[in-house]
Design a protein around this ligand. Structure first.
Ligand code: PLP
Length: 415
C-alpha cells in the first residue's frame, strides 16, 4: 500500500509541520495588512514558546492558517502555501495509498465533515449534468440505499434533487439488484434521466457495505447515464484495511469520488471530512464570483482551518500504513470476541465480517441496558436495533460487563 504514506517519528513530523508554518505568512513578523484574519487571541490562548515548541498541531491552530479553496488545482491563496502543501500531500496519501488511485490524478480538500463531502460530490455531478447535458434539476436524481446516511436527504433538499432509495434485505442489509431495479424504474417513470449514485463503504448504523455491481449492472443494462460517489465517511479509514480486494476503490473506473471522515475512525478533531475526486470534475462547482480568493474556489465551505489538514496528516504519518493495519487488526479481533459471546447467548445481530460495528436486534436488549452502556438505536422513538461500535476506547474490559448484563436479563421481559 505505501507510496506517499510512510511512518515518521515525532521529530520528523515536527520538522515537516514547523517547516510548513515557516512557509506560511507570519502575522507577527511580516506585514499582512489586507486580510480579515490574525493569530488566535493571545490573551486567551497560550503562545509561550516553551509550550509550543513540541506541539506542531497546537502551533498550527494558534497561527490559524486559512485553507479556503481547493489546493490540488494549481493556484491558491499564497499566504498559507506551506500548510496547503501538507493538505495536498494528505489528499494524495488517501487517494493513492488508501484507495489505490494513481498519483497526481485526484483533486480534493478537507471538508467540515462527511455531510459536506457527500454534498460536494452531489453538487459537482448535478452541475455536470446541468452544464454538459443541459439537464434540468427535475431530470437529475440521487440513488442510494435505505441504509444510506441522512446527508443524502439533506443534499437532495438543498440541491433540489429527488432521492430514490433501494430497499435493503432486513437480515443482510444488502440492496439486491431487484431492489435497485425497483428504485431505478420508479425514477425513470418520474422522468429522471441522470443518476447520481452513492454507494456505502460501511453504513452508519450497520457497517454494511454496498455491492457496487448491484447498482452498476442495473444502470448499464438500462443504458442510463450515472456518476458514482462512495460514502466512506465511517468506513474510509477502516474497510480498505480489512478488504484489500474491495471493488470500492479508485481502481474501479465507475467510481469518481469518495468521502472519508478522519474525525470518526481516524480519531482526528471534528472538521476533518475528506473529499476526493478524479481530476477534471471539481471545476463544475467553481464559483466565478469568488474573485477576492486567490485561485478562486470550487468548495462548498469558505474559510477553514489549515490545522485540520495538519492533524490528519500527523495522525497518518505517526501511525504509518503498517501501524494502521495493526490498529484495525486489533479492533477486528475485539469485534470477533464480542460476536462469539453474543452467539453463545443466542443474541441475534448484524455484523459485516470486515467491520467493527455490531448491531443487535432490539428485542434482545432491555432499554435500561442500552442506556447504561450508551448503545445507539436506529430510531429513538421505536428502536428495532441497537449498535455497538468497537472504537479505540471500546476494550474487552468495557465489553465484558455488557455481556454479563445481557446474559443475566430475561429475554421474556424484553419482548
Ligand atoms: C457520519 C456519517 C456521515 C456524516 O458525516 P459528518 O461528518 O457527521 O457530517 C455520512 N455518511 C456516513 C456513512 C456516516 O457514517
Amino acid at each position: 500500500m505505501a507510496k506517499n504514506w510512510v511512518r515518521k517519528s515525532h521529530e520528523e513530523i515536527k520538522q515537516t509541520v514547523f517547516g510548513a508554518l515557516d512557509n506560511n505568512i507570519n502575522y507577527s513578523e511580516e506585514s499582512v495588512l489586507g486580510i480579515p484574519a490574525s493569530y488566535l487571541d493571545d490573551k486567551v490562548f497560550n503562545q509561550d514558546d516553551s509550550f509550543l515548541e513540541n506541539a506542531p498541531y497546537i502551533s498550527t491552530l494558534i497561527q490559524n492558517p486559512n485553507h479556503i479553496g481547493c489546493h490540488t488545482l494549481g493556484k491558491s491563496e499564497s499566504f498559507f502555501s506551506g500548510t496547503q502543501a501538507i493538505e495536498r500531500q494528505l489528499i494524495d496519501m488517501c487517494a493513492v495509498d488508501i484507495l489505490n488511485g494513481e498519483a497526481g490524478q485526484f483533486d480534493g480538500y478537507v471538508a467540515s465533515g462527511g455531510t459536506e463531502a457527500n454534498m460536494q460530490a452531489i453538487w459537482v455531478y448535478r452541475n455536470y449534468y446541468m452544464n454538459e447535458m443541459n439537464a434540468s434539476t427535475d431530470e437529475v436524481c440521487i440513488l442510494c440505499s435505505a441504509d444510506s446516511h441522512y446527508s443524502m436527504d439533506k443534499a437532495g433538499n438543498i440541491l433540489m434533487l429527488d432521492v430514490y432509495k433501494a430497499d435493503v434485505d432486513f437480515e443482510t442489509r444488502l440492496a439486491m439488484p431487484e431492489h435497485v431495479e425497483q428504485a431505478v424504474n420508479k425514477a425513470l417513470q418520474n422522468g429522471k434521466k441522470y443518476f447520481i449514485v452513492v454507494c456505502n463503504m460501511m453504513t452508519t448504523m450497520f457497517g454494511s457495505v454496498d455491492t457496487v455491481a448491484h447498482y452498476v449492472d442495473v444502470l448499464k443494462a438500462k443504458e442510463v447515464d450515472f456518476k458514482m460517489h462512495v460514502d466512506g465517511a465511517y468506513g474510509g479509514f477502516y474497510y480498505p484495511f480489512t478488504d484489500g480486494k474491495t471493488a470500492l476503490s479508485f481502481e474501479n473506473p465507475d467510481i469518481s469520488s469518495f468521502t472519508l471522515d478522519a474525525h470518526k475512525m481516524a480519531q482526528a478533531p471534528y472538521g476533518t471530512g475528506i473529499f476526493l475526486i478524479r481530476k477534471g470534475l471539481i471545476h463544475y462547482t467553481h464559483t466565478q464570483e469568488a474573485s477576492y480568493v486567490e485561485g478562486e474556489d470550487c468548495t462548498m465551505i469558505g474559510s477553514r482551518s489549515g490545522a485540520n489538514a495538519v492533524a490528519i496528516w500527523m495522525i497518518l504519518a505517526k501511525n504509518g500504513p503498517f501501524g494502521w493495519q495493526e490498529k484495525v487488526f486489533i479492533l477486528q479481533k475485539r469485534t470477533e470476541w464480542m460476536c462469539a459471546r453474543l452467539d453463545a447467548l443466542d443474541i441475534e445481530y448484524y455484523r459485516h465480517p470486515r467491520s467493527n460495528i455490531i448491531t443487535m436486534k432490539a428485542k434482545y436488549v432491555a432499554k435500561e441496558i442500552a442506556e447504561e452502556f450508551g448503545l445507539v438505536p436506529d430510531n429513538h422513538s421505536n428502536p428495532a436495533w441497537f449498535k455497538i461500535v468497537i472504537m479505540e476506547h471500546v476494550t474487552i474490559e468495557k465489553l465484558q460487563p455488557l455481556i454479563e448484563r445481557l446474559s443475566n436479563q430475561s429475554v421474556q421481559s424484553v419482548d
